[in-house]
Ligand binder design. Structure first.
Ligand code: ATP
Ligand code: MG
Length: 1147
């Protein structure tokens, strides 16, 4: 089972060919093209007629000679060369290759797309394209009639047609979905309606007619599927070597364990009585993967999950029904009864379908007959129970199948109400002859008879009509018309189906035998009916014909039908109890499948028999087909082995005969073997005549007439129709073709010649053009260069001239400027001269005036003095002088009074001197004023302050500019008693020992003369003594009268060291001089000096030097002050260097 999709279009392509395209034979010479051009042209060059490179004869109408052998040989030759399609006019003969051929690739689709039917070699795509274009462009509804016996390839052909149409029609998301749904309906229906038979591994067990609907643009809108009588007997029983419907095997192989468990199924086929075991597996068929394909297809078509689930539940229920077995049981009233052997299976079915177990059990045991409001219930014996079981299984399955078709139709139906164009594809079960043929084969073969009938009618009618339409004379051809066989079956009075219905509806005992008897009576004389017991004695001795059989001579051969089961199958009865039980099921799908089970809708009328139903639907189908433009695909089976490469001539011959293909050719050829509209004919052969080549301006028909006259074709060989030329003999056509081929070669040479000339000329022209272009470019370039040179020279000359001009102007301007400046300078000098002259004159004038005034004043003075001399004393001048001087002095002092500086002794301001002659006075005045204000300042002091200032003055005289420590001491007040000896009880002892007034009480460091280390001592200065006491205890360590202190030595630096030198020989001097250090050195030295002076009236010698000698006992040690060492920060350190040297490091 092939699963066709729009995308992966080719169902038969072997992988190696997928995507590739068949090499295209080329005609004509391709001598002077480059290889890439050749490739390109080879791709573009396709066959222009089926006559090109033909294997055998592509159209049987052209076959010469025409007889059965040549016909078969031609088919065989083509078959051997993988040419499986051959035409008879517009009919396609398709031979099943039984293998994948690379002729269905997308490239092939493109090749055949929009091409005329005879343009390319025969192909099913050509027919599909013709039908589709005629539907789209000419608005003609089409039908594709695919006929042939079982296994001949009808179903595959129908799928190819659908796929081709899907590939070439419009595209777009919506359209693609419609296409996909239409194509995906196939796998679903094939799974449920196809089965393996001895003739075909994927045999269609139902008839299918699908109307694909298109809009005015040729885009598919949707479709409608009609199904015809499913061979439901297969559900319960299959002939040897055959299988049940695919779906049963697919479900068991492909469903997951979980799903199987849900459906209460087991994977093992042998568990189910309804599955024929001898050929459960089919070579090359993967049921498991097909199951996945089916589920996927159901999803694409639009089945809901719960619907799919319900469908598989029904399938499972059917399968399980076959496992219900009955055993006989006798009742007391002697009636046979049956009983279910093992109720387990029944229970599971009921669980699966939601049917009450007791209801189903009762339906298998009783049969209720209702007649005129009376209900009679009878028990079922074992055989009847089995019959009921199988009937239920068959009905369930066939109704499920019909439901599937309805459901698919719901999904794929066109959504719009606009007018639609329709293309019908008929794929119906093929003609069948089995060993045992029953009612189903009878129905199937009847259907095929009808199709053959329509083929004959339409083909001949069409042919005949064409001749009439074209105004051509038509000669009648003999052919076998199977209308007589159709009549034997379907005649309303005497037809076999009518007999069967009559028998089924007749009261009384009706059996298959009574039916046969009836046939024997009614049809005995019919040419195509054969029976041993017929009134006609023709077959009395025919032992090959059993008594329980009748034989019909179908168009495709004789078929012997077993009469057994005809009545039952035609009745197709299902006990009402069963349909009611089904209706009661708690399963929406099963309930919907058995609407007649609803007690409210009981219909006592008998349903129409299967035969009459089928007859009616076939009649509707035929009517439908007749309204459409038919396109035929006649499928032929090359062998019975389902094998590739085998061409069984006898089998093919048989099919050719019964399909009436030879007659078909003859009919086609009786009039004219070949016909073609004038335009394509003229287009193809116009090169054979000078008048028509290369262009014919007039009507195409006139062109063809001129052409044929020119070629000298005898008049009896062709006829002019209204729109087509009809050629009687194929030889004429071949002659035309030969001439054309020859002419094409000549034309090729001509084209080659012209092409070469054209190419050389083109090249020459190109080169010439190039030369002109290059020359023009070069000229342009050189002129440009020249121009640029001239331009730059011009610019240079221009710039020089401009420069020269500019300089000239500049020069003139400069000259002008200089002239202006010179004029200005001259003017300035002139004005200056004038001004000076004027000034001089004015000065002169002023001097003169002054001189005049002075002279005048002197003169006046002189005059006055002369005048008044007698009145003045002789020293009046002196008095005037003194008076003037006094006036000036007075003025000076008065001014000074106002300008006096402040009274601060440090104010340095002093008014400037007004007159030079007062210089010394002014300085003196300043000195006096300063002294005066100092006095004023001093007068404010108390005695205490006076003393302090005296001391400070003393210190200044002693140390100013001598000792670096001095400036820091100026701001420090001299306190003297730094230690409160009298107040502090600690020093009570010391206070008691000193009864004099203490001038200084201070802690000093006494330097150890041996090692230079310091020890704290209290230094006391009294009126008469210097004392050193222990700091802690206050014990007096040394007491030196001031008269014994001879000298105090200290450094000039910033340290507090000082040595107190004692008088040699004095008592205190026994230990030697003191070397001390104090923070108030200046104060101490000053006070020591003043106290010594006041006591001894002698000035204490104070030596300031960085190196001095100190007496230690008998030795003199030099104390040397050096600067720089800063080991102890800012504190001076003292170190004994040797016996003679004590070094004091001062920071
Ligand atoms: N064009 C083809 N190319 C390759 N294989 C083909 C082709 N046509 C048919 N077959 C093979 O032949 C088998 C039978 O073909 P198909 O089912 O179409 O026969 P059918 O005429 O429909 O038979 P039935 O009447 O029993 O349904 C296919 O399963 C496929 O393997
Ligand atoms: Mg088929």
């Amino acid at each position: 089972m092939s699963d066709l999709k729009v995308e992966d279009f080719c169902p038969f392509c072997c992988p190696s060919h997928n995507g590739g395209s068949t090499p295209i034979p080329t005609t004509g010479k391709t001598i002077f093209y480059t290889s890439s051009q050749q490739d390109k042209m080879a791709k573009m060059e396709v066959k222009t007629s089926l006559l090109d490179d033909m294997i055998g004869v592509g159209d049987m109408v052209l076959l010469e000679p025409l007889n059965e052998d040549s016909f078969i040989n031609n088919l065989k030759k083509r078959f051997d060369h993988n040419e499986v399609y051959t035409y008879i006019g517009s009919v396609v003969i398709s031979i099943n290759p039984y293998r994948s051929l690379p002729i269905y690739t997308p490239e092939k689709v493109e090749e055949y797309r929009n091409r005329n039917f005879y343009e390319l070699s025969p192909h099913i795509f050509a027919l599909s394209d013709e039908a589709y274009r005629s539907l789209r462009d000419q608005d003609k509804d089409q039908c594709i009639l695919i006929t042939g016996e079982s296994g001949a390839g009808k179903t595959e052909a129908s799928k190819l047609v659908m796929s081709y149409v899907a590939a070439v029609c419009g595209k777009g998301a919506e359209v693609n979905q419609v296409k996909e749904q239409l194509l995906q309906s196939n796998p679903v229906l094939e799974a449920f309606g196809n089965a393996k038979t001895v003739r075909n591994d994927n045999s269609s067990r139902f008839g299918k007619y699908m109307d694909i609907e298109f809009d005015f643009k040729g885009d598919p809108l949707g479709g409608v599927i009609s199904n015809y009588l499913l061979e439901k007997s297969r559900v319960v029983k299959q002939p040897r070597g055959e299988r049940n419907f695919h779906i049963f095997y697919q479900i068991l192989s492909g469903a997951s364990e979980e799903f199987l468990c849900k459906l209460k199924l087991e994977r093992d086929f042998s568990r189910y009585n309804y599955l024929g075991l001898d050929s459960a597996r089919v070579n090359g068929v993967d049921d498991a993967s097909n199951f996945r394909t089916v589920r996927n297809a159901m999803q694409i078509v639009g089945f809901m999950d719960h619907e799919t689930q319900s469908v598989f539940e029904v399938v499972a229920a059917v399968l399980k029904l076959g496992n219900i077995e009955f055993k006989p049981e006798s009742r007391a009233n002697g009636l046979d009864e049956s009983k279910i052997k093992d109720k387990n299976e029944l229970k599971e079915i009921c669980e699966l379908t939601g049917i009450d177990q007791s209801v189903l059990e009762r339906a298998f045991s009783f049969r209720t007959v209702e007649a005129k409001q009376e209900k009679v219930s009878t028990t079922l014996n074992v055989a009847q129970a089995y019959y009921a079981r199988d009937a239920l299984a068959k009905n369930l399955y066939s109704r499920l199948f019909s439901w599937l078709v309805t459901r698919i139709n719901e999904s794929i139906k066109a959504q719009t109400k606009v007018r639609k164009k329709v293309m019908g594809v008929l794929d119906i079960y093929g003609f069948e002859i089995f060993e045992d043929n029953s009612f189903e084969q009878f129905i199937i073969n009847y259907c095929n008879e009808k199709l053959q009938q329509i083929f004959i009618e339409l083909t001949l009618k069409e042919e005949q009509e064409e001749y009439i339409r074209e105004g051509i004379e038509w000669t009648h051809i003999e052919y076998f018309n199977n209308a007589i066989i159709c009549d034997l079956i379907e005649n309303n009075q005497t037809g076999i189906l009518a007999m069967l219905d009559e028998e089924c509806l007749r009261p009384g005992t009706v059996t298959d035998e009574t039916f046969l008897e009836k046939l024997n009576q009614v049809c005995a004389t019919h040419q195509h009916f054969e029976s041993r017991m017929s009134k006609c004695s023709r077959f009395l001795n025919d032992t090959s014909l059993p008594h329980s059989c009748f034989r019909i001579q179908h168009y495709a051969g004789k078929v012997m039908y077993q009469v057994e089961g005809f009545v039952d199958k035609n009745n197709d009865l299902l006990y009402r109890d069963l349909s009611q039980a089904m209706w009661k099921a708690n399963h929406s799908l099963i309930k919907a499948l058995f609407p007649e089970g609803n007690p409210a809708k009981i219909n006592l009328k008998r349903p129409p028999t299967a035969g009459s139903q089928f007859k009616a639907s076939v009649a509707t189908l035929m009517k439908n087909l007749q309204t459409k433009n038919p396109n035929y695909i006649r499928c032929i089976k090359p062998n019975d082995k389902k094998a590739a490469h085998i061409f069984n001539e006898a089998l093919v011959c048989h099919q050719i005969r019964y399909l009436g293909l030879l007659e078909n050719v003859r009919v086609r050829r009786a009039g004219y073997a070949f016909r073609q509209p004038y335009e394509p004919c003229l287009e193809r052969y116009k090169m054979l005549c000078k008048q028509t080549w290369p262009h014919w301006r007039g009507p195409a028909r006139a062109g063809v007439e001129v052409l044929f006259n020119e070629l000298g074709i005898p008049e009896e060989e062709f006829s002019f129709g209204r729109s087509k030329i009809f050629i009687r003999n194929p030889r004429t056509l071949f002659k035309l073709e030969d001439l054309r081929k020859q002419r094409l070669e000549d034309l090729a040479t001509l084209i080659e010649k012209i092409y070469r000339g054209w190419k050389c000329r083109t090249r020459f022209l190109l080169m010439k053009k190039c030369q002109v272009v290059i020359a023009s470019w070069y000229r342009r370039y050189s002129q440009q260069k020249k121009y640029q040179k001239i331009k730059s020279s011009a610019i240079t000359v221009q710039s020089y001239i401009r420069g020269w001009k500019a300089r000239k102007v500049l020069r003139e301007l400069k000259h002008l400027k200089r002239c202006n400046e010179a004029a200005t300078v001259i003017a300035a000098y002139w004005h200056g001269t004038q001004a000076r002259r004027e000034l001089k004159r004015l000065k002169e004038e002023a001097r003169r005036k002054h001189a005049v005034a002075v002279i005048w004043a002197f003169w006046l003075g002189l005059k006055v003095r002369r005048e008044y001399r007698k009145y003045f004393r002789a020293n009046a001048g002196r008095k005037i002088y003194e008076f003037t001087l006094q006036r000036l002095m007075q003025k000076y002092f008065l001014e000074m009074k106002n300008k006096m500086p402040s009274l601060s002794p440090i104010d340095k301001n002093w008014p400037a001197r007004p007159y030079l002659f007062l210089d010394s006075t002014h300085k003196e005045l300043k000195r006096i004023f300063h002294l005066w204000r100092c006095k004023k300042y001093r007068d404010q002091f108390t005695d205490q302050q006076k003393l302090i200032y005296e001391e400070k003055l003393e210190a200044s005289e002693l140390f100013k500019d001598k000792k670096a420590l001095y400036p820091a001491s100026v701001g420090q007040p001299f306190q003297g008693a730094y230690l409160e000896i009298s107040e502090n009880p600690k020093y009570k002892k010391l206070k008691d020992a000193v009864d004099e007034k203490i001038i200084i009480a201070e802690v000093v460091n006494k330097i150890n003369r041996a090692n230079g280390k310091a020890a704290s001592r209290i230094f006391l200065l009294t009126k008469n003594n210097v004392l050193l006491a222990d700091q802690k205890s206050g014990t007096i360590k040394s007491e030196v009268p001031l008269g014994d202190v001879t000298k105090v030595s200290m450094s000039s630096q910033n340290d507090g060291f000082f040595a107190v030198h004692l008088k040699e020989g004095s008592e205190a001097a026994s230990k030697g001089d003191f070397l001390l250090s104090s923070d108030h050195l200046i104060e101490m030295a000053t006070k020591l000096y003043r106290t010594t002076l006041s006591q001894t009236k002698q000035k204490l010698n104070i030596e300031i030097s960085d190196e001095f000698l100190v007496q230690f006992k008998q030795d003199k040690v030099c104390v040397k002050f050096i600067q720089g060492s800063q080991k102890n920060g800012n504190i001076p350190t003292c170190k004994r260097k040797n016996n003679r040297l004590l070094e004091v490091a001062v920071p």
